[in-house]
Design a protein around this ligand. Structure first.
Ligand SMILES: [Zn+2]
Length: 74
């Protein structure tokens, strides 16, 4: 199974939001990265669940670092 696609949004306070796309309905499900834990599940409004693997969380954290570096924040 290929890992679900995700995106990272940083708000003006540089808080990271994980944006994942529901495979069932294509809806974007957003969750603050800080409140995610390994093997968490996001619930889409269509009723399906999107699992967040530790690997995804790791990739997300790396993405946040890259974005911050591109903003010269770190
Ligand atoms: Zn959905």
């Amino acid at each position: 199974m290929k890992p679900p696609a995700f995106d990272i949004d940083l708000d003006k306070h540089y808080k990271a939001t994980m944006v994942m796309v529901c495979e069932q309905c294509g809806h974007e499900v957003r969750q603050h990265l800080q409140s995610l834990h390994p093997d968490a599940e996001l619930s889409c409004e269509c009723g399906s669940h999107i699992s967040v693997s530790p690997l995804i969380l790791q990739q997300a954290a790396q993405r946040v670092q890259q974005i911050k570096q591109s903003y010269h924040l770190s």
